[in-house]
Structures are given as structure tokens and as C-alpha cells.
Design a protein. Structure first.
Ligand code: ATP
Ligand code: MG
Length: 204
């Protein structure tokens, strides 16, 4: 990414991060869901958002399809455009996290390097959760009929069919959403988030 902006100076907020965390009762940060199309990112992200909101958390989902209607509506699915999409999401997630939110991002995000850059953009806790359902199972589910279209050649650059998916080498959490039910997967995810975003003792 070419940086073109010059003559800019960073300004500090007057509200400390820990102050925001204490007010919210939890840390801010990012839960970065990654996995094939049909692995359950959207399903688990919105369920988790609702659960956490009911518990009084500040939480917001950034979801692939929604973002591609707005912020990234000018981008397609080539390697370069996917990279730019994830760069934008990484920056937006970092801003939400800085504001004290738990951001749940639900993007295929197939490239390791892009996920690494998103992690780097966030100065707050960033947890990669790999929804590790087999391609075969995702293709059988095909909730949006996209795999069938990709097999017919009607969609190019489709992850798993005609574009790569690089599995995380060291995910913070891996859930086999191909084998487990939605409820079982949710329990694992919600339990992880409860622990991962608890206030550090010094701030509690
Ligand atoms: N353990 C599970 N976790 C999540 N979803 C599951 C699970 N078991 C079955 N499913 C089903 O798998 C499908 C997952 O679809 P979903 O739209 O959430 O995938 P996605 O990862 O968001 O795909 P895309 O990248 O195309 O947006 C849903 O129909 C859901 O009910
Ligand atoms: Mg989705």
C-alpha cells in the first residue's frame, strides 16, 4: 500500500483506553473469524453479537457481505482487491477496538499476510478464530448457492474452488464447524470471548 498522505500529525485522545474498558466492564479488541464460505462466520458472528449485547457488552459485527455493499463496494475478488478489502476492514476494526468495542469480523480473509497486517493494525487484543469446516462440507451446505455457481464457472476467483485459502498456522482458537452443531460452536466461542476480553485485574 502506497502511503500518499504527508504533513499529518497524530493527535492523542484524552480518554484513556483503560477508562473506556472500565466503563464498559470489558476490554476492547477484535475477534477475527476466518474460514471458507459456508464455514459459519456470519451465523456465529451475529449470534455472538446478540449474546454479548444482552450481557451488556459493547459489540459490533463487521460482515463480509455488508461491507461489500458500502465501504468496499468498489472492490472485486482478485487477490489485490481482497487484500485491499481486508486492509480496510483491519483499519476499521482497529478503530472500533480503540473505541472500546469488541469487534467481530466475519470475512473469509484467505491470505495469511492480510490477516497478519490486520493484526498489526490493531493495538488492542486481536484473536484469530479459525472456523475449520472442510471444503466438502461447506460445498454441500452451499447456503447461498455460490459453490454451484463457481463450479459452473459463473463465479471466478472463488475461494476453495478457483482461489486459495491459506489456513492459519497458529489460530488463537479453532472450531470444527463442519462437525460441531451451531450451538456447540457458539458455546466454545462465547466461553473463549468471556475469558479473552475480561478486564485485566489492575483495571477491574
Ligand atoms: N457449527 C456450525 N457453525 C456455524 N454454522 C453452521 C454450523 N453447522 C452448520 N452450520 C450451517 O452452515 C451455514 C453457514 O453459513 P454462513 O452464511 O454462516 O457461512 P459464512 O462463513 O458466513 O459464508 P460466506 O463466506 O459465504 O459469507 C449455515 O447454514 C449454518 O446454519
Ligand atoms: Mg458470511
Amino acid at each position: 500500500m502506497n502511503t500518499k498522505s504527508t504533513n499529518i500529525t497524530k493527535v492523542s485522545h484524552r480518554v484513556a483506553k483503560e477508562t473506556r474498558w472500565r466503563a464498559n466492564g470489558h476490554q476492547g479488541g477484535v475477534i477475527w473469524l476466518t474460514g471458507l464460505s459456508g464455514s459459519g462466520k456470519t451465523t456465529l458472528a451475529f449470534e455472538l453479537e446478540q449474546r454479548l449485547f444482552k450481557q451488556g457488552f459493547q459489540v459490533y459485527v463487521l460482515d463480509g457481505d455488508n461491507i461489500r455493499h458500502g465501504l468496499s463496494s468498489d472492490l472485486g475478488f482478485s487477490h489485490e482487491e481482497r487484500t485491499e478489502n481486508i486492509r480496510r476492514i483491519g483499519e476499521v476494526a482497529a478503530l472500533f477496538a480503540d473505541a472500546g468495542y469488541i469487534v467481530i469480523s466475519a470475512f473469509i480473509s484467505p491470505y495469511r499476510r492480510d490477516r497478519r497486517l490486520a493484526r498489526k493494525a490493531a493495538s488492542d487484543p486481536f484473536h484469530v478464530v479459525h472456523l475449520d469446516a472442510d471444503l466438502k462440507i461447506c460445498e454441500k451446505r452451499d447456503p447461498k448457492g455460490l459453490y454451484a455457481k463457481a463450479r459452473r464457472g459463473e463465479i471466478l476467483d472463488f475461494t476453495g474452488i478457483s482461489a486459495p485459502y491459506e489456513k492459519p498456522e497458529r489460530a488463537d482458537l479453532t472450531i470444527d464447524t463442519g462437525v460441531l452443531s451451531v450451538e456447540e460452536s457458539m458455546d466454545i466461542l462465547a466461553d473463549y470471548v468471556d475469558r479473552a476480553f475480561a478486564l485485566p485485574e489492575a483495571a477491574a
